[in-house]
Design a binder for this molecule. Structure first.
Ligand code: BGC
Length: 763
């Protein structure tokens, strides 16, 4: 495609038309210039291609539902995500879909977000790694992805209008960081902007987000499309960098774009920039097209394999699991027969088949079954309960399949609480009373309160594990595969314990992210709170020993990477995988920082008795925070701990490294700088000391009738802004103007010093 030529030949009307979809799933065709449409479909954990040959074109073709992102992230396995991406890519090629709409990598700020099942983690590093691998896999097949929802779409309540009020550091370190690595490393063909506003500005017309950060800072060269219906003011969006509006605007915004260009409000240059990206995308998609067929059954088997790598064994007292095929086993609960394995909304897949645990169990042994509860409503059923108790009593071990029914969580709304249905809790209670060897298997898209957790001997979290989840559950339950998932999010004990509780889902249209950086384990860590299950937790049928932690250097800097190595030995009797987690903990930070942050993980397979090394590479970003004074990442000079753990609360080994950073931060004073801040800087102290000596705050430390101490006076003065010197000194020459002049003199001195030191640090 000769894009320059096409742009020069397109009329303004045609350009405007190209800037929105032709319908729900296609870009516009311009037949006159041989510009074909391309198709996009949801995503992210399966192909939801609308079947325009079906009676109802809103029916999707039959496809495979893989585990949802909430489950996938628990695999902590980049390779697995890439494999999943490749399978999705193959399906897209075969079905002539050019872009699959996903993955979603919004941070799980609250366990209540209705779409948490579609998102990876509360931790930006883990989320970014999972998304990057997913994209890499899909795109290796010549199919594009759409990394979504950019950004701050962390709830469903008023999702099209709320404003996420977030400070710059939290924005960069948490919410944007989840997108940054996938954009930089995996180069998604497209990014989908979110519905919400950020600090008052719609994402779909947020130049700071779509151009300054995404393109200028991160170097994104692909296309930005809107979430479906996210456009507010289309010309402002074009100016801000929103290339494609989806779905079709039925020509209505074309008229507005044409008017804006004709009246000079919008430049043709900006329109052309967006048109160019649409054409580049169409060209790339057309070029990558190939013939392929896909094997549904093969992908179904893959979905099961992936699910078995994601499930998290939360508890296993006395080695209750794995089950023995010779034992009498009772499966209890409707989810055993009819599992919940995906969520509601745009990611809903029309599965060509589903394997339940009840069906899969036949490969292992004869299990008895009792339905136990209904899912349509939360109502206890005495007959079902009695039948379940009877089955539990007659068995050696009972396995209750429970979790959240469809209506409890979905795109479009948030949960109001974190509880499971009462009828299921009652069933669990009664079955546990009837049989002390009861295993709980959970199907849910996000954390639930577990009043049974302390008494239950074994809990296996399957999440929403895709259409072959039953197969995976049985392979894990019967010990065919050892569980290896680790929680990608904290499970709070109860809803009120979670850090966003007071600010979720916000008031009217404003959502204040008041907990700042302290989302998930970073909050529980700092508050010394014990959640129900911590981030990174997950058991195995084997045991692992960690040893020989070595660091390549004892001192590093902005240019010198650190290599960390640790040996892990499978000390149990079965072959199994372990995820080794690396956290970085600043020892004495000057700025406010979480106690530790995940900066590396490696999942390794170990035969029983085998030892392997996990290797991690850490660079400046592993140690840095976002410094708003320089609008950049900055690693403070000082000591950092390298913590190696089997979970965020199970740190097995640690060592220290010195990060040497002599690059100064700029210092700037104004009338509201505090006397204490001045005293801390020698150059500033030298200028202001004589004035400080004349301060009189109206107290005398020798006065006996007042509780005045030198300490109190010192502290009062320390926290006084410079502007108050006018009032609290009796020198008539010390006017506001005079103080300003002294500050100017000081700032000039500091700027010189900054430049000198910055130069030296570079050398
Ligand atoms: C969702 C997107 C989805 C799109 C198309 C929107 O409502 O937020 O995630 O890709 O619809 O179905």
């Amino acid at each position: 495609m000769n894009i320059d030529k096409i742009i020069s030949e397109l009329t303004l009307e045609e350009k405007a038309a190209l800037l929105s979809g032709s319908d729900f799933w296609h870009t516009e065709r311009i037949a006159r210039l041989d510009i074909p449409p391309i198709m996009m479909s949801d995503g992210p954990h399966g192909l939801r291609k609308m079947d325009d040959t079906a009676e109802n074109p809103n029916d999707a073709i039959k496809a495979v539902c893989f585990p949802t992102a909430a489950a996938l992230a628990c695999s902590f396995d980049r390779e697995l995500l890439e494999t999943l991406g490749k399978a999705l890519g193959e399906e897209c090629v075969a079905e002539d879909v050019s872009i699959i709409l996903g993955p979603g990598c919004n941070i799980k700020r609250s366990p209540l977000c209705g779409r948490n099942f579609e998102y990876f983690s509360e931790d930006p590093y883990l989320a970014s790694q999972m998304a990057a691998a997913h994209i890499k896999g899909v795109q290796s097949k010549g199919v594009g992805t759409s990394l979504k929802h950019f950004a701050m779409n962390n709830q469903e309540t008023r999702r099209m209008s709320y404003s996420a009020e977030v400070d710059e550091r939290t924005f960069r370190e948490l919410y944007l960081a989840a997108f940054e690595a996938p954009v930089k490393e995996s180069k998604p063909w497209t990014v989908m902007c979110s519905y919400n506003r950020i600090n008052g500005v719609h994402s779909s017309q947020n130049k700071y987000l779509l151009t300054d950060i995404l393109r200028d800072d991160w170097g994104f060269e692909g296309l930005v499309m809107s979430d479906w219906g996210a456009v507010d003011d289309r010309p402002v969006g074009i100016d801000a960098g929103l290339d494609l509006e989806m779905p079709s605007c039925n020509g209505k915004n074309d008229v507005i774009i044409i008017d804006a260009v004709n009246s000079g409000k919008l430049s043709m240059e900006r329109v052309d920039a967006c048109v160019r990206r649409v054409l580049e995308l169409v060209d790339k998609a057309e070029d990558s097209k190939s013939e392929a067929v896909w094997d549904k059954q093969k992908h179904h088997t893959l979905a099961g394999k992936i699910a078995s790598e994601c499930a998290v064994l939360l508890k296993n007292e006395g080695g209750l699991l794995p089950l023995d095929r010779k034992e009498k086993i009772a499966f209890i609960g409707e989810f055993a027969d009819n599992p919940r394995f995906q969520g509601g909304g745009s990611s809903h897949i029309n599965c060509f088949k589903v394997t339940s645990a009840l069906e899969a169990a036949k490969q292992f042994c004869d299990v008895t079954y009792a339905k136990g509860y209904v899912t349509e409503e939360d109502r206890s059923d005495k007959a079902l309960l009695d039948e379940a108790v009877k089955a539990a009593k007659a068995a050696d071990k009972a396995v209750v399949f429970a979790g959240l029914p469809d209506s409890f969580e979905s795109e479009g709304y948030d949960r109001k609480h974190m509880r499971m249905p009462q009828c299921q809790l009652e069933l669990i209670r009664e079955v546990m009373k009837a049989n002390e060897n009861t295993v709980i298997v959970l199907h849910n898209g996000s954390p639930v309160e577990m009043p049974f957790a302390a008494d239950a001997k074994a809990i296996l979290e399957m999440y929403l594990g895709g259409q072959a989840v039953g197969q995976a559950a049985c392979e894990l339950l019967f010990g065919e595969v050892s569980p290896s998932g680790k929680l990608a999010e904290t499970f709070p004990e109860y809803l009120e314990q979670n850090p966003s509780f007071l600010g979720f889902p916000g008031q009217e249209d404003t959502v204040r992210y008041a907990e700042g950086l302290y989302v998930g384990y970073k909050y529980y860590d700092k508050k010394k709170l014990r959640p129900l299950f911590p981030f990174g937790h997950g058991l195995s049928y084997s045991t692992f020993e960690y040893s020989d932690l070595t660091l390549s250097d004892s001192e590093i800097n902005d240019k010198k990477m650190l290599t960390v190595m640790v040996s892990v030995t499978n000390t149990g009797k079965v072959d199994a995988k372990e995820t080794v987690q690396l956290y970085v903990a600043p020892v004495n930070p000057v700025v406010d920082r979480p106690l530790k942050e995940l900066k590396g993980f490696e999942k390794i397979f170990l035969k029983a008795g085998e030892t392997k090394k996990a290797v991690f590479k850490l660079d400046m970003r592993s140690f840095a925070y976002y410094e708003t004074k320089i609008s950049d990442w900055y690693a403070e000079d000082g000591m950092y701990k390298i913590l190696i753990g089997a979970s965020s609360e199970d740190i097995r080994l640690e060592d220290e490294v010195y990060y040497s950073n002599k690059t100064p931060l700029p210092v700037h004073f104004d009338l509201n700088s505090l006397c204490g801040e001045i005293s801390a800087v020698p150059e500033a102290r030298a200028i202001f000391e004589p004035v400080f000596k004349t301060i009189d705050v109206g107290f005398d430390e020798n006065q006996t009738d007042q509780a005045v101490s030198q300490e109190m006076l010192d502290n009062m003065i320390k926290d006084m802004p410079l502007r108050t010197l006018v009032t609290f000194t009796n020198s008539p020459e010390l006017t506001r103007g005079r103080i300003s002049a002294m500050i100017d003199e000081l700032n000039a001195l500091m700027a010189d010093k900054y430049e000198r030191e910055a130069d030296e640090a570079v050398r």
